[in-house]
Design a protein around this ligand. Structure first.
Ligand code: ZN
Length: 315
C-alpha cells in the first residue's frame, strides 16, 4: 500500500485517541491509550508519540506513508508556533508541544484547539462535508465551537475565533458566572453543565418535577424527563435551546454560514433540542440570512476530534 495517510490525535484528560485517516477524511483505524496526566508533561508527550507509533505498528500501513500528525488539545495555545500556554486538565503549561513532538517523531506536527478540530472533522467528512462556510458547536461539559471557512479554521487575531461558548448572550438579570470569569456566556445555559445546574436549581426551588427523585442529575436525565412530559424539564431544555438559537441567529448575520452543526453530548437529544433551536433561529433571523441555511446534528460523534486532527495536516 502506498497511499498517503494522516494521523490524528485527540488528547483528553484520561485517554489519547489516535486515528489514521486517508486523504478524504475516512477513518481507517482508531486506538485509545491512557494519557497518564499524573506522570507529568514528559510522560504525556511520550505517550502521544508512542500512540502514533503503535497505531502504525498495528495497521497495514508504514511510517513512511504518514504525511503528518495533527493533535486536538483542550486549552489555550499559539497555533502557529504549536506552543501550549495552558490546558485545564493536562500538564501542558508553557510547553512547546509541536517542537518536542516533531523531534520525537521526525514528522510535521500541527496542534489546534479541540473544538476547532472537531469542527474541521465535521467539515472534512462529516455533517459539513462539501459546505463552504460551516459553524460547529460542541455542546458538552462546556460549549466549544469552531468556524471553518473553505476548509480553513477561523482562528481570529488572538486565537479566540469560534469560541462560541463565550458569547455573552444571557441578559444581566438572569446571568450566572461562566468558568471563563465573564457573566452570562452561552456555556452557562446550553452546556450539559448548564442544563444540570438549571435542573438542580429547579429542584431546590421546589418546582414540580420528576427530577426530585434523581440522585445525581445528568443532562440525559433532564432530556428523558422532558420526553416523558415533565414540564419543568421541558422548560429547562427550551431555555438551553433558546439561547443557543439566539446565538445562531446572531452568527447568521455576522458569519452568514451555509450550515450550523450541533455536536457533543447534548446534541444526542436530537429533535428535542434541534426543533426549538430551529424555531428560535427562524423567529430571530432576517429572511435573507436564513436562505439555504440549515441546522443539523453532527455526524462523526466521538470521532470528530480524531478525524479533524488528522485533517490539520492537510491545511
Ligand atoms: Zn465564558
Amino acid at each position: 500500500m502506498s497511499e498517503q495517510i494522516y494521523i490524528g490525535v485527540d488528547l483528553g484528560g484520561t485517554s489519547i485517541k489516535t486515528g489514521i485517516c486517508d486523504q478524504n477524511g475516512q477513518l481507517l483505524k482508531v486506538i485509545e491509550t491512557p494519557t497518564q496526566t499524573e506522570l507529568g508533561t514528559d510522560a504525556v508527550l511520550n505517550n502521544i508519540a508512542a500512540s502514533t507509533r503503535l497505531i502504525i505498528k498495528e495497521s497495514p500501513y508504514s511510517w513512511d506513508q504518514v504525511q503528518g500528525i495533527g493533535a486536538g488539545v483542550p486549552g489555550f495555545m499559539d497555533f502557529e508556533e504549536g506552543f501550549m500556554h495552558l490546558s485545564p486538565n493536562l500538564p501542558l503549561t508553557n510547553v512547546p508541544m509541536k517542537k518536542i513532538l516533531e523531534e520525537k517523531l521526525g514528522k510535521t506536527v500541527v496542534i489546534n484547539n479541540d473544538a476547532n478540530v472537531a469542527a474541521l472533522g465535521e467539515a472534512w467528512s462529516g455533517a459539513g462535508k462539501g459546505v463552504n462556510i460551516l459553524v460547529c458547536y460542541t455542546l458538552g461539559t462546556g460549549v466549544g465551537g469552531g468556524i471553518v471557512i473553505h476548509g480553513k479554521i477561523l482562528q481570529g487575531s488572538s486565537g479566540m475565533g469560534g469560541e462560541l461558548g463565550h458569547m455573552a448572550i444571557v441578559p444581566d438579570l438572569e446571568a450566572t458566572q461562566c468558568g471563563c470569569g465573564q457573566m452570562g456566556c452561552l456555556e452557562t445555559v446550553s452546556s450539559a453543565t448548564g442544563i444540570i445546574r438549571m435542573a438542580k436549581d429547579a429542584v431546590e426551588r421546589g418546582d414540580r418535577t420528576m427530577l426530585v427523585d434523581v440522585v445525581s442529575i445528568t443532562a440525559k436525565d433532564v432530556f428523558d424527563a422532558a420526553k416523558a412530559g415533565d414540564e419543568t424539564a421541558n422548560r429547562i431544555v427550551k431555555r438551553a435551546a433558546y439561547y443557543l438559537g439566539k446565538s445562531i441567529a446572531t452568527l447568521a448575520v455576522t458569519v452568514n454560514p451555509d450550515r450550523f452543526v450541533l455536536g457533543g453530548g447534548v446534541s444526542n437529544a436530537g429533535d428535542l433540542i434541534l426543533n426549538p433551536v430551529r424555531e428560535v433561529f427562524q423567529k430571530f433571523t432576517p429572511a435573507k440570512a436564513q436562505e439555504n441555511v440549515d441546522i443539523v446534528i453532527a455526524k462523526l460523534g466521538n470521532n470528530a476530534g480524531v478525524i479533524g486532527a488528522a485533517g490539520l495536516c492537510l491545511r
